[in-house]
Design a protein around this ligand. Structure first.
Ligand SMILES: O=C(O)CCC(=O)C(=O)O
Ligand SMILES: [Fe+2]
Length: 349
């Protein structure tokens, strides 16, 4: 077993990472198209007079793109950069030190894996150009003992980052709840009460970006994802049938809605597909924090979001565990997953 970051700099892309032609990015999609950009929302005003305006911007961006970037979000630069350094240091450790944590067991609270998120569901054993550190990061006190002691700064830096990002998620979810006309604490409790997950995605520089992807097109599964993408671009979001690149902004977070939120809002907010392209010049590292429900909790369209005759529930109720299982079965494919929970209403003539 080898992580991609430990391959001796390959001159050409190893065969197993070459995607079938219909799954490859087109050449012109590898350069950033600057004609459409994700909205950048300044959260500074959110606690005062500007609250309604910020809520309006979030709702508008959410409905148009399912994604937006936030700045002045209250998470300190030192905390973001501090954890990014620790994570980058983890990937720089000798191969044996990283492989100690290698596992394909999804329930493992701290593991390293490589190549593909859910390769067992893909035909032809398709692989992707990504190494990943997947861990549970919040509540910190309960989970910290699973985190590595090397590099030495890792635990402390992750603890600070996880607490601050969790708080940002809570603040954003209050704004989203208000924007939807729900009680501002609607998402607090079981809907977001599961252990928060983190993907530290590492995409080494790639010998041939046009033949592969870092991550396949997928929608995220839970309520909300908060992503630090660093200063190297690569994330692309589906918008009106095209892939648009997300421009890196210093210390900003990219925020997107997950499938759970789409179903809880009965489809008002959508969980938009995204993917990652690689580049031949630089490695890229992103840190995605995924806010999750309690596994036993019942999830379904919120009462306030449905109305018997004019807007009936589009999805049946399900548990957090069912959601995870469905996501594995459908490999993160938005339509296939939603179909598993969709209610087909028959029209009476
Ligand atoms: O690397 C990125 O920018 C996106 C990562 C991502 O989509 C994920 O971890 O679910
Ligand atoms: Fe994602």
């Amino acid at each position: 077993m080898k992580l991609i970051c430990d391959l001796p700099s390959p001159k050409s892309l190893p065969d197993k990472y070459v995607l079938p032609p219909e799954k490859r990015p087109c050449d012109n999609e590898l350069r950033d198209d600057l004609s459409v950009a994700l909205p950048v929302i300044d959260l500074r005003g959110a606690m005062g007079d500007g609250r309604r305006q910020v809520i309006g911007e979030i709702m508008e961006a959410g409905k148009e793109f399912g994604f937006f970037q936030v700045v002045n979000h209250g998470v300190e630069e030192d905390v973001i950069q501090g954890f990014r350094e620790a994570a980058a240091e983890f990937f720089r450790m000798p191969e044996e030190a990283k492989l100690k944590y290698y596992s394909n067991e999804p329930n493992n609270p701290f593991r390293v894996f490589s190549g593909s998120v859910t390769s067992h569901t893909d035909t032809n054993d398709i692989r992707y150009w990504r190494d990943c550190l997947k861990l549970r990061c919040y509540p910190v006190d309960k989970l910290m003992h699973h985190w590595p002691l090397e590099p030495e700064i890792f635990r402390e830096r992750l603890a600070k980052y996880a607490v601050e990002v969790q708080d940002l998620a809570r603040r954003l979810l209050r704004l989203i709840a208000e924007g939807l006309g729900l009680d501002d604490q609607f998402f607090e409790g079981d809907l977001t009460g599961g252990e928060t997950m983190m993907n530290v995605n590492y995409y080494p520089s790639c010998p041939n970006p046009s033949l592969t992807l870092g991550i396949r097109p997928h929608s995220d599964r839970y309520i909300l994802t908060i992503l630090s993408q660093g200063d190297v671009s690569g994330l692309q979001v589906k918008h009106k049938g095209r892939w648009i690149g997300v421009q890196p902004i210093d210390n900003a977070f990219v925020v997107n809605f997950g499938l759970q939120l789409e179903m809880v809002t009965n489809g008002v907010l959508t969980s938009v597909e995204h993917r990652v392209v690689t580049n031949s010049a630089k490695a890229r590292m992103s840190v995605a924090t995924l806010i999750r429900p309690n596994m036993e909790c019942r999830i379904g369209p919120a009462q306030v979001m449905v109305d018997g005759d004019t807007n009936p529930p589009k999805y049946r109720d399900f548990t957090g565990s069912e959601l995870i299982e469905a996501y594995e079965t459908t490999a993160g494919n938005r339509e296939a997953l939603l179909e598993m929970f969709r209610i087909h209403h028959t029209k009476l003539c």
